[in-house]
Design a protein around this ligand. Structure first.
Ligand SMILES: Cc1cc2nc3c(=O)[nH]c(=O)nc-3n(C[C@H](O)[C@H](O)[C@H](O)COP(=O)(O)OP(=O)(O)OC[C@H]3O[C@@H](n4cnc5c(N)ncnc54)[C@H](O)[C@@H]3O)c2cc1C
Length: 381
């Protein structure tokens, strides 16, 4: 029996058919160029915006489609299956940054930024991590001092996805004393902001088309009303509230990647022969793929349930953390084993499985490391 995700609808079927064709025809041919230049062209963001693939779960009044997170999940799955080069950037932009603005922004802020993000005119980033702190977000040192009607921001961020492209960065900054209660989220627009500087586009082992940057704030300016939320000091709580959606987005991508790895490896091992027969006829090959196909299905069913929970507004941190760590762990294992089944060709850049192997590795680290996921789950025991 063909499995169908519980959150799929006929409307989504129609959208996805068109969307996959668009991805294959209009985006996939440019993926190599984007990997070489270490970032995706702005024209791709614009094209995704025209397709309605950016911010689908934001209300129409702010440029979105007024759909649920199921639409985001569908977009992420299709991108991951066809042009995984774009997954991380779009996930940060659509599933994370836009939702901070939607959930905590004033009406004026939403109208100012979301339509531009939906069209791809603006690319969004979120800057939490600093050279001295990643997992321990309460130790953020970047400061935002109120001076009249402005914030003056000083500090350094690193590993920021979309950092080179970003027109808008949500900065986690200290507006008060030490600890979680001193943190706020402030939107910094990058155009013409003299105190804002982008550092290098960092050299990574994988995700070559996704720009990842250091960002420097040296008396960078933001109007006081770029604070997200009614008052200062809510940043940490806002982060904790939004992280389940970020973590589920990573799990959605992980499942799509596992399924793709099994599909590509099945095709390859049917074609490639050794000792006079297709590789898939060796029991080891068939059993390994059978195991991975099973795990991908288990991951999918769990993630589909999480998507339903999120759409119902009921996904909790513990469950999202389970989805993030387990699916990313399985993604890495699957990519490794599928590469092995390709033999030497699996180590060659021209075979997608090689890139899937290196690209998968970050999934266990960003969005909260898998160790932090287990800490969060363990607290519920
Ligand atoms: C490609 C890429 C893209 C990224 N994109 C973004 C982005 O867009 N925005 C952003 O803000 N950040 C981003 N990050 C940063 C990422 O979220 C952090 O790297 C991650 O949270 C880990 O922080 P860290 O690197 O400082 O590691 P550390 O916190 O120093 O952790 C190092 C190791 O110690 C372990 N550890 C830490 N604390 C504990 C503990 N209490 N118990 C057990 N083990 C522990 C960790 O699990 C890890 O294994 C990105 C990173 C990469 C590589």
């Amino acid at each position: 029996m063909q499995y169908r995700s519980s959150w799929m609808t006929e409307e989504l079927d129609v959208f996805r058919e068109q969307f996959r064709k668009f991805l294959a025809k209009d985006l996939a041919p440019h993926a190599g160029k984007w990997r070489d230049q270490k970032m995706v062209d702005r024209s791709a963001w614009r094209a995704l915006g025209e397709m309605g693939a950016l911010l689908p779960s934001v209300p129409e009044a702010y440029g979105g489609l007024g759909a649920s997170f199921a639409y985001d999940a569908a977009v992420l799955e299709d991108i991951e299956s066809v042009v995984p080069e774009v997954t991380t950037g779009v996930s940060v932009h659509s599933c994370i940054v836009a939702h901070y603005i939607l959930n905590y922004g004033s009406e004026e802020q939403k109208l100012r930024w979301l339509p531009k993000m939906a069209s791809g005119e603006f690319v969004g980033a979120i800057a939490m991590t600093e050279p001295g702190t990643g997992s321990d977000l309460q130790a953020v040192r970047t400061t935002a001092q109120k001076q009249g009607n402005s914030y003056v921001i000083n500090g350094q961020k690193t590993f920021i996805t979309n950092g080179q492209a970003a027109d808008l960065v949500i900065v986690v900054a200290r507006t008060g004393g030490p600890g979680a209660k001193g943190l706020s989220l402030i939107v910094v627009e990058t155009a013409g902001n003299e105190g804002f500087k982008r550092g290098r586009n960092l050299d990574k082992i994988g995700l070559h088309a996704s720009d990842t940057s250091e960002l420097f704030f040296d008396n960078a300016f933001a109007p006081a009303d770029n604070l997200l939320g009614n008052e200062e000091g809510n940043g940490f709580v806002q982060l904790m509230q939004q992280l389940p959606q970020e973590r589920l987005s990573l799990a959605v991508g992980a499942v799509a990647s596992m399924e793709r790895a099994v599909r590509l490896t099945t095709e390859y091992t049917k074609e490639r022969k050794a000792f006079g027969k297709p590789l898939l006829e060796f029991q080891n090959t068939a059993f390994k793929l059978a195991e991975r196909k099973t795990e991908a299905m288990i991951a999918r069913v769990f993630v589909d349930w999480c998507v339903q929970q999120l759409v119902a507004g009921e996904l909790d941190t513990v469950t999202a953390s389970m989805a993030k760590w387990w699916c990313s762990q399985k993604q890495v294992e699957t990519a490794d084993e599928c590469l092995q089944l390709h033999g030497g060709y699996g180590y060659m850049e021209e075979y997608p499985i090689a890139r899937m192997f290196v690209d998968a590795r970050i999934q266990k680290i960003y969005g909260g490391t898998n160790e932090i996921m287990k800490l969060l789950i363990a607290r519920s025991l």
